[in-house]
Ligand binder design. Sequence first.
Ligand SMILES: [Zn+2]
Ligand SMILES: [Zn+2]
Length: 145
Amino acid sequence: MGDERCAHELVVGQCTECAPVPRGLVARVYVTSGGSVFHRATNCEALHDGQRKARRFGRDNHVPQQIGVSVALAEGRGACIPCFPDFRPSAEAKPCRVLVNGAWVPGLLTQWRRGPDGRWSGVVTCIADGDQVTVTKDQTELRPA
Ligand SMILES: [Zn+2]
Ligand SMILES: [Zn+2]
């Protein structure tokens, strides 16, 4: 392949800045060192909730840093669902609404399960109390987006 270099002086194909952006995401995203997800913008409500929670537990609040989306993904961070409503981390993921603390929030449903009592529950990723979590919710706590 030779050593063709990109605008960032890195070997083409190894540069995370130049890597293609997955559908529904943007090239540059915001992260905080305490958070596990990345955001489109710093005015995200979920990001602020996370920071409020960090303060409540006496943890340091970190100023959001802008990084390349491929770096964020390589670090194992997930896309903030409210920031990236069009991103699907997998082919099975379906947008939905989830009842969390009395409010319907955006979520991504990945799987339905039927319990021994015949009731359905869904495995869903959503923001709860400032953290993006994957939980199992009863059918009454899920509805289409
Ligand atoms: Zn580059
Ligand atoms: Zn966000």
